[in-house]
Design a protein around this ligand. Structure first.
Ligand code: AHI
Ligand code: MN
Ligand code: MN
Ligand code: MN
Length: 313
C-alpha cells in the first residue's frame, strides 16, 4: 500500500501555539526513513501553505472560524487529491480541527467512509455547547448530518456539507466528555468505547465492536482520526489537553495494526502533537511514541514482515 504524507501545520483550532510545528518535528525525527526501512512506499507531499485569515473574528464564543474554514477547505482538496492517486493519506496535524477538512475531503473521494475516532475527547461540541469556543473540540459537529439543526452558519465553514451519519462513527479512548457531548452521543446512539469499556472488555473486544458497529460487512473505507492524547500522558506529555488514564502504547499499536490489517484504512489523521509543551525529554518522548503508532498505521507490525517473494537466505 502506498502512503501519501501531507503536513498540516495548524494551531488555530485551539489556543496553544505549537501544534503547527508538529509535522516538521515528526519528519526531523525520521518519519519517512522509518517507513521506508520497513518496506513501506511513501510519498511526502510537504506541508500545506495554511494562512491566518487577516480579519478573522469570534462568533459567539467560536474562535477563528474563517482561518479554520479556509484551512479545512485546503486540507479537503489535498486529501481528496491524494486518495485519487490511490494512496492511503497520512495527515500530520496540527490540532484536531484539521479533521473537518480531512474527513470532508475523504468523503468527496470515498463517500461510503466510516470513522474511527481515537481520542480522550469526543470533539463533538457544537458552537453552542462548546465552553471554550475552540474549534478543535467541535470538528465532528460540522460533519454529522443529524446535528445540522444545531449548527449555526459560521463564516468560513459555508462549504462544509454535513456528510457523515452518526452510525458511521465510533469512538475509542474517551475519558473527558463534556455534558453536551454526552447528550449528543446518547441522542444519536453513537458507539462510544471509553477507557471504561477498554478496561471492561479489553482492547481486542473494543476494536472488534467498534469496527462491527460502523462497518459490519467489512467493506467500507476507514478514516482513523487519531488524537495522540488518546494515549496515556506519560507517553504523550507534549499535547494540549492531557487526561490521565489513557491507552497504553501496546493498546495504541494494536488499534493501528488492526486498522491497517483491514486493508481499507484510507485516511489517518495524527492530531494534537504540540512540540512547544513540556521539556526536551517530553517532546522527544511524544514524538517517539507518535512515530511508533504512525508506523503501525502504515503497515509495520510487531509480528514482523517480509517483502513479497522474499526467501530466507
Ligand atoms: N484534545 C482535545 N480534543 O480532542 N481538546 C478539546 C476537548 C475539549 N472538550
Ligand atoms: Mn481531538
Ligand atoms: Mn483530545
Ligand atoms: Mn453550513
Amino acid at each position: 500500500q502506498e502512503i501519501g504524507v501531507i503536513g498540516i501545520p495548524f494551531s488555530k483550532g485551539q489556543s496553544r501555539h505549537g501544534t503547527d510545528l508538529a509535522p516538521q518535528k515528526l519528519r526531523e525525527a525520521g518519519l519517512i526513513k522509518k517507513l521506508e526501512d520497513h518496506g513501506i512506499n511513501v510519498t511526502d507531499f510537504g506541508d500545506l501553505p495554511l494562512e491566518t485569515h487577516p480579519d478573522d473574528l469570534q462568533i459567539g464564543n467560536t474562535k477563528n472560524p474563517k482561518t479554520v474554514g479556509a484551512a479545512s477547505e485546503m486540507i479537503a482538496k489535498s486529501v481528496q487529491g491524494i486518495l485519487k492517486e490511490n494512496k492511503t493519506v497520512l495527515a500530520l496535524g496540527g490540532d484536531h480541527s484539521m479533521a473537518i477538512g480531512s474527513i470532508y475531503g475523504h468523503w468527496l473521494a470515498q463517500p461510503d467512509l466510516v470513522i474511527i475516532w481515537v481520542d480522550a475527547h469526543a470533539d463533538i461540541n457544537t458552537p453552542l455547547t462548546s465552553g471554550s469556543g475552540n474549534m478543535h473540540g467541535m470538528p465532528l459537529s460540522f460533519l454529522i448530518k443529524e446535528l445540522q439543526q444545531y449548527i449555526p452558519e459560521l463564516p468560513g465553514l459555508e462549504y462544509v456539507k454535513p456528510c457523515i451519519s452518526a452510525k458511521n462513527l465510533a469512538y475509542i479512548g474517551l475519558r473527558d466528555v463534556d455534558p453536551g457531548e454526552r447528550k449528543i452521543i446518547e441522542m444519536l446512539g453513537i458507539p462510544a468505547f471509553s477507557m471504561q469499556e477498554v478496561d471492561r472488555f479489553g482492547i481486542k473486544e473494543v476494536v472488534d465492536m467498534a469496527l462491527k458497529a460502523v462497518d459490519p460487512n467489512g467493506d467500507k473505507p476507514i478514516h482513523m482520526s487519531f488524537d495522540v492524547d488518546a494515549l496515556d500522558p506519560t507517553l504523550i506529555p507534549s499535547t494540549g489537553t492531557p487526561v490521565h488514564g489513557g491507552l497504553s502504547l501496546r493498546e495504541g499499536l494494536y488499534i493501528a495494526e488492526v486498522m491497517a490489517a483491514t486493508g481499507r484504512l484510507s485516511v489517518v489523521d495524527i492530531a494534537e502533537v504540540n512540540p512547544m509543551l513540556g521539556d526536551a525529554k517530553d517532546v522527544a518522548k511524544t514524538i517517539d511514541m507518535t512515530l511508533e503508532v504512525i508506523q503501525r498505521c502504515c503497515g509495520r507490525t510487531r509480528r514482523g514482515a517480509y517483502p513479497p517473494g522474499y526467501t530466507v537466505p
